[in-house]
Write a protein that binds this ligand. Structure first.
Ligand SMILES: Nc1nc2c(c(=O)[nH]1)N[C@H]1C(S)=C(S)[C@@H](COP(=O)(O)O)O[C@H]1N2
Ligand SMILES: [Mo]
Length: 360
C-alpha cells in the first residue's frame, strides 16, 4: 500500500509510519498495532479522516449555536456551559463509510474514488458528553422538526444531516471527552458529535452549529458523497443514489496485510463490529470460506461498539489465508466478496475477505 507523509501542519498528533498509513490528509491505523490491545483504541492509534487540516480551536471563545426553524429557543452554548450540562458516557466505534474500499480494486478490478482504506478507518472509544437530545430539548425542538444537521468549524465546514429520531437516541452525544481525556485536536476538540452506528462522516468534529429544519435537509454530503452511486443503485433525487446511514457488520484480524507469523501455536485476534447492534457470532475459515469454525468472542461486546475475538491456530510453515466472518445481533452475516456491489466512491465493502498469511 502506498503511504506518503501527510502535508506539514495537517495533524497535531504524531503519526509515525510504523503506526499509520498516510493517505493525503488522512491517516489509517495499522492493525498489527491493535494486537493484544484493550477494547478501546488509544487516541494515539485512532485513525484520522479529515477533509482538510485540523483546526486549532480556543475552547474559551468557542460556542455551539443551536438554531433553525425547527427550534423555539435558539441557543448559544459556551464550553463551560456544555461541561455543566447532564452528561453520559458511551463506548462506540467510528468508522469511515469508505473502510474496505481497497477491496473493490482487489476483487472487482477498479479503484473507486477516495482513499484506499483497508480496515484501518475504524476505531472505538469511550465518549463522554451531553446527549444531543438534552441540547435539542433545551432549544425547544418543535414536534414539526424533521432533520438535524451539525456543522464543523474546519475549513471544509463538513456537515451532514440526520433524522430527528437518530438525533434523539440516548447515545447520540455532543462529546467533549474521549477515553477519559479531552478530545485531542485531530479528533474534534473542543467538542464533536458522535452518531453511533452511522457512517463516520455524521460524527462531526469541531462542531460549531446545530441546525434544525422542518424539512429534509439535502447538502453535498448526503446527495453527491456518502451515497451509493453506480449501476446497481438508481438515483434517489436529489441524491445521486441511496443515502448511507447505518454501517454494516465487519471484522478484521489484528495483523499486518499480508501477515507473517512464526510457526507453532498462535493466538489469532481481532475485532468485529456492526452499526446494527452487538456481535452474535465470529467464525474463521482456513480454506477460503469452504468450512468454518467459531472464534471465541470476548467481553465486552457492546452494541455499536463491537467486540474482540480470538482463536488458537496451529500455524504450519507455508502460505495461508485466514477468513473471518461476523454476524451481528440483527442477524446480518458478512457475505462473500462477489456479493459486493461496485459504486463510484467505494462505500460499503463489508464482505468476509481472506487475509494472506505467511508462516515461517
Ligand atoms: N468537521 C469535520 N467533521 C468530520 C470530518 C471532517 O473532515 N470535518 N470527517 C468525518 C469523517 S468522513 C469521518 S470517517 C470521521 C473520522 O473521525 P476521526 O478523524 O476522529 O477518526 O469524522 C467525520 N467528522
Ligand atoms: Mo469518513
Amino acid at each position: 500500500m502506498t503511504s506518503k507523509p501527510t502535508p506539514e501542519g495537517t495533524h497535531v498528533k504524531p503519526t509515525p509510519e510504523d503506526l499509520f498509513f498516510h493517505h493525503d490528509v488522512c491517516v489509517e491505523t495499522r492493525w498489527e498495532n491493535l494486537y493484544g490491545r484493550g477494547y478501546l483504541t488509544p487516541a494515539s492509534l485512532f485513525y484520522i479522516r479529515n477533509h482538510g487540516p485540523t483546526p486549532i480551536i480556543d475552547a474559551q471563545t468557542w460556542r455551539l449555536s443551536v438554531e433553525g426553524p425547527g427550534v423555539e429557543n435558539p441557543l448559544s452554548i459556551s464550553y463551560d456551559e456544555l461541561l455543566r450540562m447532564p452528561s453520559v458516557t458511551v463506548t462506540r466505534f467510528i468508522e469511515c463509510a469508505g473502510n474496505g474500499r481497497i477491496f473493490f480494486k482487489e476483487y472487482q478490478g477498479e479503484m473507486p474514488k477516495g482513499r484506499p482504506w483497508r480496515y484501518g478507518s475504524y476505531a472505538v472509544a469511550e465518549w463522554t458528553g451531553v446527549p444531543l437530545s438534552e441540547i435539542l430539548m433545551r432549544a425547544g425542538i418543535k414536534p414539526t422538526a424533521v432533520d438535524v444537521m451539525p456543522t464543523g468549524l474546519d475549513e471544509a465546514a463538513v456537515e451532514r444531516p440526520m433524522s430527528v429520531a437518530k438525533a434523539m437516541e440516548p447515545d447520540t452525544v455532543v462529546a467533549y471527552a474521549m477515553n477519559g481525556d479531552l478530545i485531542p485536536p485531530d479528533h474534534g476538540f473542543p467538542a464533536r458529535v458522535v452518531v453511533p452506528g452511522w457512517v463516520g462522516v455524521n460524527s462531526i468534529k469541531w462542531v460549531g452549529k446545530i441546525y434544525v429544519a422542518e424539512e429534509p435537509i439535502y447538502v453535498m454530503r448526503n446527495t453527491e458523497e456518502y451515497v451509493l452511486e453506480g449501476p446497481d443503485f438508481p438515483p434517489e433525487p436529489p441524491a445521486w443514489g441511496p443515502i448511507l446511514t447505518t454501517t454494516p457488520v465487519r471484522s478484521g484480524i489484528a495483523m499486518a496485510w499480508p501477515g507473517t507469523l512464526q510457526a507453532g501455536t498462535q493466538a489469532i485476534r481481532g475485532f468485529a463490529w456492526s452499526g446494527h447492534g452487538s456481535i452474535s457470532r465470529v467464525e474463521y475459515s482456513l480454506d477460503d470460506g469452504k468450512t468454518w469454525a467459531d472464534a471465541c468472542i470476548q467481553e465486552p461486546n457492546i452494541s455499536k461498539g463491537g467486540c474482540r475475538w480470538e482463536f488458537i491456530w496451529d500455524a504450519r510453515p507455508g502460505e495461508h489465508t485466514i477468513t473471518m466472518r461476523a454476524t451481528d445481533s440483527a442477524g446480518n452475516t458478512q457475505p462473500e466478496p462477489d456479493a459486493m456491489k461496485w459504486n463510484e466512491r467505494g462505500y460499503d465493502f463489508w464482505a468476509a475477505v481472506p487475509h494472506p498469511v505467511t508462516v515461517v
